[in-house]
Design a protein around this ligand. Structure first.
Ligand code: AMP
Ligand code: GLY
Length: 428
C-alpha cells in the first residue's frame, strides 16, 4: 500500500513513524514533511498555499496513493476530505461539515447544548456594545473566545472586567483574528484540571485512546503566553477509570449520535479538550484530528498496527478492533526556537541528534526541522519533541531530560516541568 501523511509537524512525524511499522505499507509519503519524515518517508513538496487541496488530490491520484491521513485542522476545515471523496480517493478524517466542531466554536457549543453534553454556560455575540453590556451582568472570571480558527490565540481567560473588555475590542472591533472573530462566545470559567482525550471513530461507534495531558503555556508552572504545546504525557492520572466511563457515556456517545443525525461524515479522530471539575468531566472544545504534542506520547504507547485501525474506521467496522497499549508511561518535551511563541529565527544548526539516536527508550520526533546536505536546521517554532518511556512517569521524565542534555541549537528553550501535575499527585 501507498500512504500519504499531510502536514509537517511533530504529530505528522509521529504518524509516519507509527505507520512505517506496518508491514502492509510499501511506500510512505509526507506532504510536505520535515527532516524527521525524510528519513522514513518520501517528502513531497506541496506546501500549504493556493490550490493546496487540489494539488494534494492530483498527487494522490497520479501516484496511486491508497490512503491519505490528515494531520492539521486547516485542510480539514477547508474540505480536503470532501474533495478527495468526490475524486474517489481514500482519506482518513472528517468532512467539512463535521470539521465545524473545531472550525466554529459557536457550532460546537450549539451542538453540545442540543446533545446535552456537559460544558460551560455561554452566550454568543456579534455586536461589541451588546457583548460589553453582557459583561456588566456576569461574574468574573469569564472566558472570551473568537468563533473561528485562530491558531490557539483566540481564547482569553479574563480575571478582570478590563481584560475582558480589551479581549472583546481586539476581537470584535480591531478584528485581530479577521473573519474568525466576527462572533465571540462569552462563557463561564470552569475550575479543575485539564486533560486531552482522543478517540477513533468510524461515524457509528468510537474507541478511546489512552488519556494524556498537554502543557500549553510557554514557561514552567503554566506561566506566559499560550503555545501550540510545549510537552505532554500519557496516561493522565486525573482520568481515572470512573472519569473515563463518564467521558465515554456523557460526551463521546452523544457526540457520535449527534454527528450521525446531522448527516456529518466523520471517519477520523475526535479530540476532546476537557476540564475535569468537581462535578465531573466538562467539554471545553473539540478538535477533529490528532493532537500535537499528544500524538507524540499516545502513538508510542499504541501496540496495535495503526493502519489496521484507520482501515477499520474507513470500512465502518471499528467495533471489530481492540486497541492494545504499552503499560509504560510516556512523556514528550518540546524544544523550541528562541522567541517562540513570538518571533523567532530559523536556520540554526541542530547538534547532538546522533548521540541520542542510540538512547534506549527515547524517540526524537522532528517538528520544525529541515535537512540541508548533511545538516539538520531549525525551520519552525517548535523544533523537536523528545519522547521517552518509563515504567513510571518520573522515570520517563528523567530519561527525556537526560537525552535533551545531549541536544542543542542556538536559542533552544524548553519547559523543565513537563508532567509536574501528575508527579505532584504522587505518581512517580
Ligand atoms: P480552547 O481552545 O477552547 O480549548 O481554549 C484554550 C484554553 O483556554 C484551554 O485549554 C483552557 O486552558 C482555557 N479555557 C477555555 N475555555 C475555558 C473555560 N470555559 N474555563 C476555563 N478555561 C478555559
Ligand atoms: N495540543 C493541542 C492541540 O493539538 O490542539
Amino acid at each position: 500500500m501507498k500512504v500519504m501523511v499531510v502536514g509537517f509537524g511533530g504529530r505528522e512525524h509521529t504518524l509516519c513513524w507509527k505507520l512505517s511499522q506496518s508491514s502492509k505499507i510499501k511506500r510512505l509519503y509526507a506532504a510536505p514533511g520535515n527532516a524527521g519524515t525524510e528519513a522514513i518517508a518520501q517528502n513531497v513538496e506541496i506546501e500549504p498555499a493556493w490550490a493546496y487541496i487540489p494539488s494534494l488530490g492530483d498527487f494522490a491520484a497520479s501516484e496511486g496513493i491508497d490512503l491519505t491521513v490528515v494531520g492539521p485542522e486547516a485542510p480539514l476545515a477547508e474540505g480536503i476530505v470532501d474533495h478527495f471523496n468526490q475524486r474517489g480517493l481514500r482519506i482518513f478524517g472528517p468532512d467539512k461539515k463535521a470539521a465545524q466542531l473545531e472550525s466554529s466554536k459557536v457550532f460546537a457549543k450549539e451542538f453540545m447544548t442540543v446533545q446535552g453534553i456537559p460544558t460551560a454556560r455561554y452566550k454568543v455575540f456579534d455586536g461589541y456594545q451588546a457583548a460589553l453590556g453582557y459583561l456588566e451582568e456576569v461574574e468574573m472570571p469569564v472566558v472570551i473566545k473568537a468563533d473561528g480558527l485562530a491558531q490557539g490565540k483566540g481564547v482569553f481567560v479574563c480575571q478582570e472586567k478590563e481584560e475582558a473588555r480589551e479581549a472583546l475590542k481586539k476581537t470584535l472591533v480591531e478584528r485581530c483574528f479577521g473573519q474568525a472573530g466576527c462572533r465571540v462566545i462569552i462563557e463561564e470559567c470552569l475550575m479543575g484540571e485539564e486533560a486531552s482525550f482522543l478517540a477513533f471513530t468510524d461515524g457509528k461507534t468510537f474507541i478511546s485512546m489512552a488519556s494524556s495531558q498537554d502543557h500549553k503555556r510557554v514557561y514552567d508552572g503554566d506561566r506566559g503566553p499560550n503555545t501550540g504545546g510545549m510537552g505532554a504525557y500519557s496516561p493522565a492520572p486525573i482520568v481515572t477509570q470512573e472519569i473515563q466511563d463518564r467521558i465515554e457515556e456523557e460526551i463521546l456517545g452523544p457526540t457520535i449520535e449527534g454527528l450521525s443525525t446531522r448527516d456529518c461524515r466523520f471517519t477520523g479522530v475526535i479530540y476532546l479538550g476537557l476540564m475535569i471539575t468537581e462535578d465531573g468531566p466538562k467539554l471545553l472544545e473539540y478538535n477533529v484530528r490528532f493532537g500535537d504534542p499528544e500524538t507524540q506520547v499516545i502513538l508510542p504507547r499504541l501496540k496495535t498496527d495503526l493502519l489496521l485501525v484507520l482501515e477499520a474506521c474507513l470500512e465502518g467496522r471499528l467495533s471489530e478492533i481492540d486497541l492494545e497499549w504499552d503499560k509504560r508511561a510516556t512523556i514528550c518535551v518540546v524544544l523550541a526556537s528562541g522567541g517562540y511563541p513570538g518571533d523567532y529565527e530559523k536556520g540554526k544548526e541542530v547538534w547532538g541528534l546522533d548521540k541520542v539516536a542510540q538512547s534506549k527508550d527515547v524517540i526524537v520526533f522532528h517538528a520544525g526541522t529541515i535537512q540541508r546536505d548533511d545538516q539538520i536546521l531549525t525551520n519552525g517554532g517548535r523544533v523537536l519533541g523528545i519522547t521517552a518511556y518509563g515504567h513510571r512517569l518520573g522515570e520517563a521524565a528523567i530519561r527525556a531530560y537526560e537525552a535533551i542534555e545531549k541536544i542543542n541549537f542556538e536559542g533552544c528553550h524548553f519547559r523543565k516541568d513537563i508532567g509536574y501535575k501528575a508527579l505532584n499527585r504522587g505518581v512517580r
